[in-house]
Design a protein around this ligand. Structure first.
Ligand code: 5GP
Ligand code: MN
Length: 343
């Protein structure tokens, strides 16, 4: 059991009563694991009759709308006053799939100001939040996997159902690239095996996530790989950049570039990729790597970001071209490390 008594699980269980007002939140631009872990926890509490609300800092891509509980998620960005009040009145605040309130964007101040009991459940390294209960494990595939462990540690077997299982499965599947990385621990598969006992249809879940793209999105992918990918074989690196004008040309909607950063990793000899997406006020960056090259450290040092060893994100206030140049200029200093990483 990864979640042990020393984390205070029994005490937390005793403190939670049906009178408790529970609020669950996650990081901005939620992905499959963020939403999957938030909604799995939502159903776990809901099934017990608790008063529970799920709040997302902003909206998320349409391919996640099918998740059970999607209709009850409140968008903080669109309902600021209401969400501030709900957070203010909460007795318990669960923070899932993030470990630094800066990742909650506009919601940061409300979370920091809340005086209630705070519980963090997360799998990112270097936690930065002050909480009452911390369930922080970097070895798990995803926060969703950790939610399963949390439920089991709470003796919550009776409150598992198909909705909880679907949400957890979605988080594990998306955070492991369909079990291609972050999934070498046998325990991940033991959990997946148990999830299948709840009549979830794993092939249908796969299709809902990965076979729901628009034609525009597919053409945008073609454009990015065909016209916008730069390969630096001497640095084992490839990048893609995308301006606002190019996004307009392909009727870009939120979530369309999800996963693009992974494609150049399929090129032989490439172990480090970056994707630069121009936003109105900044450039949003995604980094991916294979092996032991830590993209989170590079992102934190140069692009105000962070994340995992092999998947991180950051941002830049320079122009798109300047940001790409800054990145390319950094590569020579990492050449040896990248080269050794390929061996
Ligand atoms: P993605 O590239 O899919 O947006 O994010 C990859 C990973 O990096 C995720 O684990 C995400 O939580 C983390 N991440 C993305 N953007 C940021 C950021 O701006 N700051 C930090 N600290 N982590 C980020
Ligand atoms: Mn995650």
């Amino acid at each position: 059991m990864i979640v042990k008594e020393s984390e205070g699980i029994s005490e937390l269980k005793e403190r939670l009563t049906v009178q408790s007002k529970i609020v669950i939140t996650t990081h901005q631009n939620p992905d499959g694991d963020a939403l999957g872990s938030m909604l799995a926890l939502y159903w776990f509490f809901r099934n017990q009759g608790f008063d529970v609300t799920a709040i997302s800092p902003n909206d998320y891509p349409e391919f996640l709308f099918w998740l059970p509980g999607n209709d009850i998620v409140i968008d903080f960005y669109k309902n600021r006053k209401k969400c501030e009040q709900i957070i203010n009145e909460a007795n318990f605040l669960f923070l899932v799939d993030y470990n630094d309130t800066r990742r909650a964007a506009e919601m940061k101040d409300s979370i920091d100001a809340a005086q209630c009991c705070k519980v963090m459940i997360d799998h990112h390294p270097f936690p930065q939040m002050i909480v009452d209960y911390s369930f922080s494990f970097t070895e798990v595939s995803s926060t969703s996997e950790l939610i399963y462990e949390f439920i089991m540690a709470m003796d919550g077997h009776a409150w598992m159902n198909k909705s909880v299982a679907e949400c957890i499965y979605t988080g594990i599947m998306t955070d492991t690239g369909c079990f291609s990385y972050n999934s070498s621990r046998p325990r991940t598969f033991e959990i997946v095996a148990d999830l299948l006992n709840y009549s979830i249809e794993k092939d249908v879940i796969y299709s809902r996530i990965y076979d729901s793209y628009s034609a525009h999105r597919m053409r945008l992918l073609g454009y990015c790989l065909g016209q916008k990918m730069q390969v630096f074989p001497e640095y084992n690196t490839a990048l893609i950049s995308l301006s606002l004008d190019e996004q307009k040309l392909y009727n870009f909607v939120s979530g369309d570039t999800e996963g693009f950063v992974n494609y150049p990793l399929s090129i032989k000899g490439i172990c480090f990729t970056a994707m630069f997406i121009e936003n109105k006020d900044k450039v949003k960056i995604s980094f991916r790597s294979r092996g032991s090259f830590p993209v989170n450290a590079l992102s934190e040092k140069y692009f105000s970001g962070g994340g995992h060893t092999n998947a991180a994100g950051g941002e830049s206030r320079l122009s798109l071209d300047e940001t790409v140049k800054k990145f390319v200029d950094l590569l020579p200093q990492y050449a040896q490390q990248l080269n050794e990483n390929m061996r």
